[in-house]
Design a binder for this molecule. Sequence first.
Ligand code: UDP
Ligand code: MG
Length: 252
Amino acid sequence: MPVAPEGRTILSVVVPMYDEEAALPALVARLRPALDGAGVSYEVVAVDDGSADRTAELLEKERAGWPELRVVRLRSNAGHQAALTAGLHAAVGAYVASIDADLQDPPEKIPEMLELARAEGLDIVYGVRTDRSTDTAFKRRTAGAYYWLVRRLVGKRVTAQAGDFRLLSRVAVEALKELPTDQQQVYRLLVPWLGFPSGQVTYQRAERGRREQQVLGRQDGPARDGERHHLSAAPLRLATWAGRGPASCSAC
Ligand code: UDP
Ligand code: MG
């Protein structure tokens, strides 16, 4: 892994993955050049969230030729947010970005997030969608109602179009790690709640991926993370049930 002169990894990129064998090659093909071109020491922390397909095997193969790739394997499927928690705990970078594996969010924006955070001394850079035209009308309406409610409960700092594509400083990561993890975290609420200096980069979200179609078609199997969201920070307890919102909307 290339390291900074002071021996410090500058950037970690956490990628939660559940049954992503189909998405993995395309992800690597875009994520690796984007990070190689960023000009900083980096690591990718792929969190295999108990995948039942060939995700683990493919990650091992990739690791052989990509020294910056680290793999964290969870014993069983714990859900998107729990996989993010595992990744945040494993990441060593001075900044930690998170991105989904399905390329709905562009990896090419990560260096831009890092530059912005460093130039302006920000602890949080949100990836903010410029529009929801790739979502269904129903999803747009439920998401709108959800964020209206959450902003009433948690405060105006919650950006309506920000999901789990973001960059955090080490200080922000450590603050999140201090929070109790006895219940599922909902980072899109917890991160704004921290109230740290923040900025945003905008992008257009890609078409809904294979995953969502797969979820729609799924009748049984383990509960998805969206089905068991709870908030753990005390000031956010009120919003516990609302935490189910975004992921429920995702499945709409
Ligand atoms: N994911 C995960 N565990 C799960 C479900 C999803 O780690 O139980 C990962 C998934 O592989 C992807 C990210 O979380 O990288 C977001 O999942 P998805 O694309 O299904 O979410 P959506 O786009 O519907 O919000
Ligand atoms: Mg997705």
